[in-house]
Design a binder for this molecule. Structure first.
Ligand SMILES: Nc1nc2[nH]cc(C(=O)O)c2c(=O)[nH]1
Ligand code: SF4
Ligand SMILES: [Mg+2]
Length: 209
């Protein structure tokens, strides 16, 4: 018999098992489910989110299960990313993944489903929009380039971690080159603003997915 999980369909770019490369969970084992599409078009975007294939929730569950077991909670991380995962992800979908520790990487344009356990927000909107969408997030992570100005922490919703990551550049959609000016600027920023901390995109340094 067909179940609800067979009927709910999502557009998925890729599903892979790696380590979380960025932020406060950097280094942790995680299954990434990259959903198609975004509502922004950042010049430094490193992801081809326009492609993808249709998958049912059952198919996604089967794929995730190949990599990570249900019994390892809360160390069985699923990272819903994109593109912008809030364009597709709902609590109804997440109810089928309740035995996993569900994390999201979001650009802050929309509120996230309530069943998400860990919100990593890399904002592409103004603080006032963030205040409307969130009471609290687990981490704010700003990609930062030489001379970029960040909002004051007082303007942002409450967060457990405030993180800057220097923007790396290189070939389009494969931006793995360190930009020394951005790294220096990020380090000086953290020295002057010690509530913020530095996170490097480990997966780019290690050349892994
Ligand atoms: N290893 C690894 N960590 C990541 N953290 C966030 C990612 C993303 O593309 O959202 C990502 C990614 O693509 N790979
Ligand atoms: S919001 Fe994120 S996924 Fe969307 S274009 Fe910008 S960097 Fe890429
Ligand atoms: Mg990525």
């Amino acid at each position: 018999m067909r179940s609800k999980a067979d009927e709910i369909l999502l557009n998925v770019v890729e599903i892979f098992h790696s380590i979380q490369g960025e932020g406060a969970n950097a280094g942790r084992s995680a299954v990434f489910v990259r959903l198609s599409n975004c509502n922004k078009n950042c010049w430094y975007c490193d992801t081809d989110w326009s492609k993808g294939e249709t998958m049912s929730v059952s198919q996604i569950l089967a794929e995730v299960n190949k990599f990570v077991g249900k019994k390892d909670y809360p160390n069985n991380l699923i990272i819903w990313t994109g593109g912008e995962p809030t364009l597709q992800l709902t609590d109804e979908i997440l109810s089928h993944f309740s035995e996993y520790y569900n994390c999201i990487e979001t650009n802050g344009t929309n509120p996230v489903p309530s069943l998400i356990k860990y919100i990593s927000c890399s904002p592409k909107v103004k603080p006032e929009v963030l205040r409307k969408n969130f009471k609290h997030v687990n981490e704010f992570r700003y990609p930062i380039g030489d001379g970029d100005v960040l909002p004051d922490i007082a303007e942002l919703p409450a967060a457990d971690n405030y993180i800057v990551s220097p923007i790396f550049l290189g070939e389009a959609k494969k931006r793995f080159e360190q930009v020394d000016e951005n790294v220096k600027y990020a380090i000086d920023f953290v020295k002057k603003n010690p509530r913020w901390r530095l996170s490097l995109q480990l997966h780019k340094l290690l050349n892994i997915p």
